[in-house]
Every structure is written in structure tokens, then in C-alpha cells.
Design a protein around this ligand. Structure first.
Ligand code: IMP
Ligand code: ZN
Length: 348
């Protein structure tokens, strides 16, 4: 983590809805992975973007490739997922939707199915240890891999949605936004929606994707990742904004990720301002807390200091995120009660 975070933001109960597993690996866990695989000659600077540093989006995607080299067995995935879950819990996150792209690795025997099973095992293990966090899983489609792999991923996700006792709730569409076109993935996404998987789609993360966003918004998705270039002030369009607003589709907003990945010029120009001022459901998230050297408390504090939010405003943002989760109503009710119980302690 780059900066000291005020205790208020750490004690604030939080909901994290946009966290890629392999992007969330902390430097401590990277250390353990490097010592397991010294022959790869991977150094710390290759897996994270530190304070004041920026990278092009393309360079960010190179970082994921390095981390994937370090995480290529069931054992690695189990350790990484458990560490990530415990770190979010230690940061005051009470409900977490983790997302990850199932990978197969011929050399280690890892399959896409065992990948998902291992993440589920990590969630169950944390639960049985009494870690104070409710964790769910979204299976991710990497758009780079094209329509057939996307369809295969949807079928796997569907199977696990039915067999994981509510742990697998939905699907994420992510990956390098400059590769491929969402049009080709529509049949897979439509099938996912029809079978009851919730959809969180990275939309308009880079400019000039309005046509794709318009198309995918017709599904419609249940949440939007980033949505950086949807609004007219940055080349988007009012009709797209209207569609998002009419369908009340929450946005998952990741300030540091967008600043360090240079899709947003600086914190004060982040589109959080546009959507928050409109009163549209906007959830503060980390995206990749490991790669971007941040955590959720820090992201809340940055939003507050950048946009002049009071502690009451910040509380409301974290509380309203509960309505945007993919878990069912009884979970929302439990979380709302938890927030009520914790409020006196946070504002003491
Ligand atoms: P994994 O799915 O757990 O392996 O997490 C890393 C993957 O998440 C990357 O390879 C990308 O496919 C995806 N990802 C992480 N951050 C971003 C982002 O900002 N935009 C799009 N995709 C992302
Ligand atoms: Zn993302």
C-alpha cells in the first residue's frame, strides 16, 4: 500500500464488487510465489505499479502475464485466493465478489474446472476458519480468447452456479479492451443471462467503444465495470447514459486503476464525479489491488479527499453498495443489519 489510511476508512464496513483475483495478489504473496519458482527470475517490480508510477494499459496487461506465470498450479491458486480473501477481510471488507479467468496449464495438470473448484475451496476454507467476510465468485471471460472459449466458460459457470451452493453467482467480461469485439461474444453472454448468471461487463474502458457498449447494454448487464468513456463529456453519448440510467445499472468505479492505467488523466477528472453527482449507483472498487498497490480503504479515502465527501457521504456510498451485490435479498438484509450494528463504532 502506498499511503497511510485514516482509521475511519479501515473501520468502515465495505463491499468490494470488482476485484480480479490475480490482479489482487499482495507483495507478500508475490514474495512466496517467487520463492516457489526462483527459476522464472521474476522480480517484484514486474508485478506491481508503485506510488506515482503509471503504465499504458498495454503494459498493465503485460503485468498480468507475469503474475500468471507465477500462479499456475492448484496449490498456487489456493494460496493466492486465501491470502487475497484474508487481506480484504483485514481491510474491513464484509462482502466480496472475486472474479477470475479459469486457465488450464498442461504442464501442471491445472484444468479450467479444477481452477474454479480451487477458488471455491479457498472460499469455503476461509468460511470454515471464521474469517469475517462473505465471498462469492464471478467466472471471468477474457475477451481475447474469442467466442468459443467464451461459450465454454459460460457452460462451466452455469454448472458451478447450480452446484456451488450460491457461491458462483455470475460472469465477468474483461481482458484487453482493445482486442476483439463484444458483438462476437453476444451469444455467450445472452446464454449466461438466460440461465440466471448475473453479468458484470467491462464497458467503454477505452475511447471509441461506444458502438460495442450500446450493443452490450441491450442485454442489459447487471453491472458495468469502469464505463470510463460512456458519458458525453469524454466522447460518449447521452443516449448511452440514458440507457444506463433507465436500467439503473450500477457502475463499478476504480480510481487508482484508471489513473495508473492512464485511461483517466488524474483523480479529480475521474468519472466518479459525473455519475455520483447524478445520484447514479456508483460502487468504489479496487480492480487489482496488488498490481495497482492499493486497497479499498485507500480508494474510499481518495474519493473522499478528491471530491470533498463527508464521512456521512462515504458511509452512504458503502451502505448503498449493498443494493448492487449479486447475492440474493436475504444476504442484502444481513449486510444491512451488519452496517447498522457497526455504525456507532465507526463514528465513535
Ligand atoms: P485473473 O482473471 O484472476 O487472472 O485476473 C487477471 C485478469 O483480469 C487479466 O488477465 C485481465 O483479463 C483481467 N483484468 C484485470 N484488470 C483489468 C482491467 O482493468 N481491464 C480489463 N481486464 C482486466
Ligand atoms: Zn477490471
Amino acid at each position: 500500500m502506498d499511503n497511510e489510511v485514516d482509521v475511519f476508512y479501515q473501520e468502515l464496513p465495505k463491499v468490494e464488487l470488482h476485484a480480479h483475483l490475480n490482479g489482487s495478489v499482495s507483495s507478500q504473496t508475490i514474495e512466496k510465489l517467487i520463492s516457489r519458482k526462483p527459476h522464472l527470475n521474476i522480480e517484484h517490480g514486474m508485478t506491481a505499479i508503485g506510488k506515482g508510477q503509471r503504465r499504458t494499459l498495454d503494459e498493465c496487461f503485460q503485468v498480468f502475464k507475469v503474475i500468471h506465470q507465477l500462479v499456475d498450479t492448484e496449490e498456487d491458486i489456493l494460496m493466492v485466493a486465501i491470502d487475497v480473501i484474508k487481506e480484504f477481510a483485514a481491510d474491513g471488507v464484509k462482502y466480496l465478489e472475486l472474479r477470475s479467468t479459469p486457465r488450464e496449464e498442461k504442464t501442471t495438470g491445472l484444468t479450467k474446472r479444477s481452477y474454479i473448484e480451487t477458488v471455491i475451496k479457498a472460499i469455503q476454507q476461509c468460511r470454515s476458519e471464521g474469517v469475517d467476510i462473505d465471498v462469492r465468485f464471478l467466472v471471468a471471460i477474457d475477451r481475447r480468447n474469442g467466442p468459443e472459449v467464451a461459450m465454454e466458460t459460460v457452460k462451466l459457470a452455469e454448472e458451478f452456479m447450480l452446484s456451488s451452493d450460491g457461491l458462483v453467482l455470475g460472469l465477468d467480461l474483461s481482458g484487453d479492451p482493445t482486442v476483439g469485439h463484444g458483438r462476437d461474444l453476444l451469444p455467450a453472454l445472452q446464454r449466461a443471462k438466460n440461465c440466471g448468471l448475473k453479468l458484470s461487463l467491462h464497458l467503454s474502458e477505452v475511447p471509441s467503444q461506444l458502438e460495442e457498449s450500446e450493443l452490450l447494454l441491450n442485454l442489459p448487464p447487471d453491472r458495468i465495470g469502469h464505463g470510463t468513456f460512456l458519458h458525453p463529456e469524454v466522447g460518449g453519448s447521452q443516449s448511452v447514459v440514458d440507457k444506463v440510467v433507465e436500467n439503473k445499472i450500477p457502475l463499478e468505479l476504480c480510481l487508482t486503476s484508471n489513473v495508473k492505467g492512464q485511461t483517466v488523466p488524474c483523480y479529480s477528472k475521474h468519472h466518479f464525479k459525473y455519475w455520483y453527482q447524478m445520484g447514479h449507483p456508483s460502487v468504489i472498487c479496487t480492480d487489482d489491488k496488488g498490481v495497482f498497490s492499493t486497497d479499498l480503504s485507500q480508494e474510499y479515502q481518495l474519493a473522499a479527499s478528491t471530491f470533498g465527501l463527508s464521512r456521512e457521504d462515504v458511509w452512504k456510498i458503502s451502505q448503498q453498495a449493498i443494493d448492487c451485490i449479486f447475492a440474493p435479498d436475504n444476504v442484502k438484509q444481513q449486510l444491512k443489519q451488519k452496517w447498522i450494528d457497526l455504525q456507532p463504532q465507526v463514528f465513535k
